[in-house]
Design a protein around this ligand. Structure first.
Ligand code: C2E
Ligand code: CA
Ligand code: CA
Ligand code: CA
Length: 276
């Protein structure tokens, strides 16, 4: 038994070493990835459900590494957050997304110009001066604040509610919209929406996937929509893969939707084409 335990320990320790090694390697590779042109942004259209019109796009980061291949953001964003690299990559994402959005829809009426929605991680929220960074990016791109949305996760906001609330108020006053991402997956519930100034909630795609079959998911989604609307908050559904889901969401009063049924993440130029 003692021997088995020892072997077991050795096995896990080696597996752990490998996992740590992989992360360290990834962190090293991620450093400078932007400068080497390995990181890029794709934009996934967001549609208004009432008339199915494109009203904006979410910026999604992609990493194409020469040896590792395409690394999913669910993996490398985590590495970037824990290593602090997100404090370098985050501002580059914001700058690039604002510049791209400023070029979209040239010649269209101002009211038809789409917004860009940028993911901001917890670490970015709690370090440096986000409102100042945002103001700088908007100014340099010549993008009106109303055309920038920031997506923050529920957990990032509730981990330090007082600080987050002050920060978000500042952004809000500057005209930037703030959305709570992956809504419904945290444990915060809607009580936080009274204290934290948010303009929208994005219902997590885990609620949308089974909407037509699971009565609990439909009930929760319907409740989120009703409560958000009573507080004057916009509701966005993510992960819409079927027309029937879009129809059901529209019927329940959901405002906006995003997902493979409407469009996959695409380049900035492709998104601009979509507006024509
Ligand atoms: P997220 O913010 O929840 O982004 C939505 C994810 O759902 C994206 O995955 C998108 O490609 C995917 N998706 C969109 N429509 C559908 C659909 O109909 N069905 C399914 N199954 N999936 C759909 P992606 O691009 O792999 O990004 C994963 C996560 O990485 C994002 O989740 C976000 O949390 C993070 N992320 C991506 N880009 C950035 C970034 O620039 N900064 C930060 N901080 N995080 C980012
Ligand atoms: Ca998001
Ligand atoms: Ca999300
Ligand atoms: Ca999600």
């Amino acid at each position: 038994a003692k021997m088995a335990g020892k072997n077991c320990y050795r096995f896990y320790s080696r597996a752990m070493d490998q996992a740590v090694e992989r992360r360290v390697r990834m962190e090293q590779e991620l450093r400078g990835a932007w400068e080497r042109g390995e990181l890029s942004l794709l934009y996934q259209p967001i549609h208004r459900l009432s008339d199915r019109k494109v009203v904006g796009a979410e910026a999604l980061l992609r990493w194409q590494h020469p040896q590792l291949g395409s690394v999913p953001p669910s993996v490398f964003i985590d590495v970037a957050e824990h290593s602090g690299l997100i404090e370098i990559i985050g501002p580059q994402v914001l700058r690039t997304a604002c510049a791209a959005a400023a070029r979209w829809g040239a010649g269209l009426a101002p009211s038809d110009l789409p917004f860009v929605s940028v993911n901001v991680s917890a670490r970015q929220l709690h370090s440096g001066d986000l409102p100042e960074l945002v103001a700088g990016c908007l100014r340099d791109a010549g993008l009106p604040a109303s055309r920038l949305h920031l997506e923050l996760t529920e957990t990032a906001v509730i981990s330090d509610e007082a600080h987050a609330s002050a920060l978000l108020s500042k952004l809000h006053r500057a005209g930037v919209r703030v959305w709570l991402d992956d809504f419904g997956t945290g444990f915060s519930g809607l009580s936080h929406l009274r204290r934290v100034p948010v303009d929208g909630v994005k219902i997590d795609r885990s609620f949308i996937a089974d909407l037509q079959r699971d009565p609990d998911d439909l009930a929760l989604t319907t409740a989120i929509i009703a409560m958000a609307h009573s507080l004057g908050i916009t509701v966005v559904a993510e992960g819409v893969e079927k027309e029937a889901q879009a129809d059901l969401l529209h019927e329940r009063g959901c405002d906006l939707a995003q997902g493979y049924w409407f469009g996959y993440p695409m380049t900035s130029a492709e998104f601009d084409q979509l507006l024509r």
